[in-house]
Design a protein around this ligand. Structure first.
Ligand SMILES: NC(=O)c1ccc[n+]([C@@H]2O[C@H](COP(=O)([O-])OP(=O)(O)OC[C@H]3O[C@@H](n4cnc5c(N)ncnc54)[C@H](O)[C@@H]3O)[C@@H](O)[C@H]2O)c1
Length: 362
């Protein structure tokens, strides 16, 4: 009883201290706070999915601040294009083809990076995929793949690089989640669930590191609204503007430099998130339907017709396919509503299944 009272008092005093500290820190504009860590010279930053979109822009910004950048992507051409761009700008960059959904590939490529580049000190878990279908329309294999890429891969990459960060008492693990990791979104049930898991991954890992006294390693979770990279091609936003990758990458770099724990973009959305837990669910639902449901109606459809998503994005070339025994192909429309990465993913799954003679998408 007495111990409980002491614990409660300690909690109150520490809470008051941290609230005051946070108010003071938040009064300082973030770009000034970022100035506390002027350059990233000497850091080795690895960005998964750095061959396109937010990842590519982020690589460029990290490189300009002096970090050596390691780009991982399943699309080797995209990764190499990013590396070439960084080298042209005078930076140090290394590209690797890695399928982060495969833990053996992650561990083998991480070993190569350690030997060829050095110890990674900033890990950005950025690669992600989306299918954009209703739950009942999404093939089982695609749901599993979404979880493999959007969350399970974070476990493999973090297990590969965290030991060196702890040993060197210097590290930063950045999780690129999504606003859909804080509010549920229709037609994104698998994606949203995987991003909720990513938010939980960051929070639990941060607590674990703190409890274990590994104070040299920080974590940041990033939850952006829609970004115009092509991933959500076709989405229309009525209430809030769709974000630019350049702005998002700038904010992520600032968050890394100031070791922010949570980055919500745009930041004013935190008010609506707080309300989510304060107002009755039906009230929150009305808001979510205005914010999200309308935006998703256009996802995957143009002028009422199904079109391939991410039409402008580069779809990596498939390796030369061996002659396979004839098997029943999945219906063509399985692929047409998916974005580039997901589209590729489904074709890979199909190929794997054909190779194992199961021959049919679940
Ligand atoms: N675009 C948005 O509106 C938006 C909004 C919120 C969060 N996000 C998140 O931001 C991150 C980046 O999104 P983006 O818009 O730049 O996407 P993008 O599709 O432009 O880029 C994703 C990259 O990940 C790579 N990738 C896919 N599967 C992979 C795998 N198995 N192994 C290695 N690389 C793989 C792709 O080849 C691609 O280069 C994702 O995690 C996404 O969920 C995006």
């Amino acid at each position: 009883m007495f111990q409980g009272l002491v614990d409660f008092l300690v909690f109150l005093i520490l809470s008051a201290y941290y609230i005051i500290e946070s108010i003071i820190i938040n009064l300082i504009p973030r770009h000034y706070r970022a100035g506390w860590r002027e350059t990233l010279r000497g850091e080795i930053a690895l960005v998964t999915g750095g061959g396109n979109g937010i990842g590519r822009t982020l690589c460029s910004k990290l490189s300009r601040l002096g970090a050596t950048v390691v780009i991982w992507d399943i699309n080797s051409q995209g990764a190499e294009d990013t590396a070439a761009m960084l080298r042209q700008e005078g930076g140090k960059a290394h590209s690797y083809k890695c399928d982060i959904s495969n833990n053996d590939d992650v561990y083998a490529t991480a070993k190569k990076v350690r030997q060829e580049v050095g110890k990674v000190t900033i890990l950005v878990n950025n690669a992600g995929i989306v299918s954009g279908k209703t739950l009942l329309e999404t093939p089982d294999a695609m749901i599993k793949k979404t979880f493999d890429v959007n969350i399970l891969a974070h476990f493999w990459t973090t297990k590969a690089f965290l030991p060196d960060m702890i040993a060197g008492d210097n590290g930063h693990i950045v999780t690129i989640a999504s606003l859909a990791g804080l509010v549920g979104v229709n037609k994104l049930v698998d994606y949203s669930a995987s991003k909720f898991a990513a938010v939980g991954f960051d929070e639990a890992l941060r607590l674990e590191l703190e409890v274990e006294g590994k104070r040299g390693v920080s974590t940041t979770v990033v939850c952006p609204y829609y970004v115009s990279t092509g991933m959500f091609e076709g989405v229309k936003s009525r209430l809030f503007p769709i974000l630019e990758p350049d702005y998002v990458a700038d904010e992520i770099v600032t968050a890394i430099r100031s070791r922010d724990k949570v980055l919500l973009l745009p930041s004013y959305l935190r008010i609506f998130l707080a309300l989510k837990f304060l107002v009755p669910w039906d009230c929150a639902l009305v808001f979510l339907r205005c914010l999200i449901a309308d935006t998703m109606q256009q996802f995957g459809y143009k002028n009422g017709e199904t079109v391939p998503l991410m039409a402008n994005a580069k779809v990596p070339e498939e390796p030369e396919k061996k002659q396979q025994p004839q098997v029943a192909a999945p219906p063509k429309e399985e692929f047409t509503q998916l974005n580039g990465s997901a589209n590729l993913t489904l074709r890979r799954i199909q190929q794997q299944e054909e190779e194992s003679d199961n021959g049919r998408l679940i």
